[in-house]
Write a protein that binds this ligand. Structure first.
Ligand code: X8Z
Ligand code: ZN
Length: 614
């Protein structure tokens, strides 16, 4: 299904009890064996155990993927119950196997065996307690929360109801303060009923994590990055510190422009920006308000949404266009079943989880996406994002099941985005969407548009799990859920709730990945890494122009190098995968900073005389 690391499960499975499966080959085993040890186990037994585990997992994952696919494509009490039931079975099995894997903690085994044992211990996103009643309860809650998100609607006083897609479209295009506010509040209020379920889910998942030897679920999530869990958290802080000045400059400029547009009474120039004015339900990407901040004299003069419409791109043609990019790099075409089994448009007559996801149903080549595609430039990028998952899943499908995942979960999220960075004017001209490539005087406009999506996202990419980590650790209690959420949104993003909120609200639940139980730090990582990957691939493709104008379209050399990394799956620590593509092992924000350097100069100039910060 959605990629559980080992393609154990697809990406973003909502009910993903499973997910990342990052190794920690060099770290002492974190788990306390629950299963009593009789005679000391041997290395041969470890190998035999892994072989059996792989066979059991393969079958169960396929079964879970099918149940999840149906539950996400047709939300009813019955499909929810069936998904919960199979996930209960799968989770119980993995918890049992994780405990058995821990029996080999002190056994001398080869590096490959050690890595697979560690991956198995880390395979779950939500660990269930061994008590079977609690496993069932947890699986039921996860399925229910996922369904609640998918069914969410806001009904106006006149009885008309709007879904998230409709409300998001209004948020993107409306420049009417009150209308945007109505959409924002309408959607956020749908999450309130999730609160007690989420609270209980936290209790159960923590109990499961503790049984596996972790302090709590957040500590378990942080332990999946081939480094000490605390060192990983510190690494995130370090990365954020390096990109924060760029974010703050963008925030300052955007707030000033919004002040001009809506009045400084509505957008005070020394306070966080009201969260509903940035063109996106969660204020996580701001590209939809490009028109509000478009730099004078350097607007590139085209709008991808309009170009797509002018050239008759419907949903299918958009997906075919994204596939063609991957084909140009040398990747084989998607299988016929991709086209017959995927969901590309929102069905008219049933509830589905519209949040875009990519799936691998058989751990081989039954690749699919599930998306309610809108005909916009933004969605064209999301399609590339999803196909990135699918090509990754295919590239590692020959590996042992425990290695069928990405180097770390940020890598999985970065691949399609890396390709989408190559959707430059030059590329759009090559594929016949754009007549004329704007000259360099328009670069600031192009960079602004990109920054509104990529730079604006960074603090949001961090804070979602900062909130969850505090919730899982108990630092934030259920009575503080909403207050803590807004504290982080103000602190990191500099945005504020546009109307008073209280503890009867559950605003974190209005973001898919919270009820969907998908860890979110992966997207922060991906937003740093995709610029590193893009830079490395542009060098291989011998595109020696400015990095923001580079497109690797048609470069078989770049495709081959990318594929080499994808084929490694999770078989090696992520630093080795990073090294194979970029020639060095670290996550490094200098690529994103270099990409936006001309924009930083422009923003600093614009911000002269303004008071920045909040
Ligand atoms: O959830 C997604 C993808 C599916 S893995 C569409 N993304 C995050 C989000 O929408 O919140 C991509 C970027 C961030
Ligand atoms: Zn993704």
């Amino acid at each position: 299904m959605k990629s559980l690391q080992p393609s154990l499960i697809a990406f973003l499975v909502s009910t993903a009890l499973l997910a990342g499966c990052q190794p920690a080959a060099d770290k002492p085993a974190a788990t306390t064996p629950v299963v009593a040890e009789a005679a000391a186990p041997t290395a041969e037994q470890a190998k035999a155990f892994l072989q059996q585990a792989a066979a059991d997992l393969d079958a169960l994952i396929i079964e879970s993927g099918r149940a999840e696919w149906i539950a996400n494509n047709f939300i009813t009490e019955d499909t929810e119950a069936l998904a919960a039931s199979v996930n209960e079975k799968l989770t119980a099995k993995i918890v049992k196997m994780a405990n058995e894997a821990a029996k080999f903690n002190q056994v001398q085994v080869d590096a490959d065996t050690r890595r697979q044992l560690e991956l198995l211990k880390q395979a779950l996103t939500l660990a269930a307690p061994t008590d079977s009643t609690k496993t069932a309860e947890l699986a039921g809650l996860a399925a229910k929360l996922n369904g609640m998100y998918g069914k969410g609607k806001y009904c106006k006083a006149d009885g008309t109801c709007l879904d998230l897609g409709q409300m998001s479209a209004t948020m993107a295009s409306s420049r009417n303060y009150d209308e945007q506010l109505e959409m924002w509040k309408g959607w956020h209020d749908t999450a309130a009923p999730m609160r007690p379920l989420y609270q209980r889910q936290v209790e159960l998942a923590n109990e499961g994590a503790r049984e596996l030897g972790y302090a709590d679920t957040g500590a378990m999530w942080r332990s999946k990055y081939d480094m000490d869990a605390d060192a990983f958290a510190a690494e995130l802080d370090k990365q954020w510190a390096t990109v924060k000045p760029l974010y703050q400059a963008l925030h300052c400029h955007v707030r000033a422009k919004l002040g001009e547009k809506y009045g400084t009474d509505k957008v005070p120039q020394d306070k966080p920006i009201p969260a509903h004015l940035l063109g996106n339900m969660w204020a996580q990407t701001w590209g939809n308000i490009y028109d509000v901040v478009a730099p004078e004299n350097s607007d590139p003069g085209y709008d991808l949404t309009k170009l797509l419409a002018d050239k008759g791109y419907d949903e299918l043609k958009m997906v075919k266009g994204a596939e063609a990019f991957f084909s140009s790099l040398g990747f084989a075409p998607l299988p016929e079943t991709f086209w017959t089994r995927s969901l590309f448009t929102k069905p008219r007559d049933r509830d589905v989880v519209c949040h875009a996801s990519a799936w691998n149903l058989d751990n081989k080549d039954d690749l699919r996406i599930k998306m309610c595609i809108e005909r916009t430039g933004e969605e064209f990028s999301v399609i590339h994002h999803e196909l990135g998952h699918n090509y990754y899943q295919r590239a590692y499908n020959k590996l042992p099941i425990l290695y069928q995942g990405s180097a770390n979960d940020g890598f999985h999220e970065a691949i399609g985005d890396t390709i989408a960075l190559s959707i430059t004017p030059k590329y759009l001209q090559q594929i016949g969407l754009l007549e004329q490539v704007p000259d360099e005087s328009k670069d600031i406009g192009l960079l602004m548009k990109m920054a509104l999506d990529k730079v604006a996202f960074l603090p949001f990419g961090l804070l979602v799990d900062q909130w969850r980590w505090q919730v899982f650790s108990g630092k934030v209690t259920p009575e503080q859920y909403n207050e803590a959420w807004w504290k982080l949104r103000e602190q990191y993003q500099g945005v504020s709730a546009p109307v008073a909120r209280s503890e009867s609200d559950f605003d974190a639940g209005a973001k898919y990945h919270v009820p969907g139980n998908t860890p979110y730090t992966r997207y922060f990582l991906a937003h740093i890494q995709q610029f590193q990957f893009h830079k490395a691939l542009c060098e291989i493709a011998k595109d020696d122009g400015p990095i923001h104008r580079c497109s690797i379209y048609n470069s078989k050399e770049a495709g081959a190098k990318l594929n080499t990394m994808l084929e490694m799956g999770a078989s090696k620590p992520w630093q080795e995968a990073m090294q194979s593509l970029t020639g060095q092992p670290n996550m490094d924000s200098s690529a994103i900073l270099a990409y936006f350097a001309p924009l930083q100069t422009y923003l600093d100039e614009q911000n002269k005389g303004r008071t920045c910060g909040w």
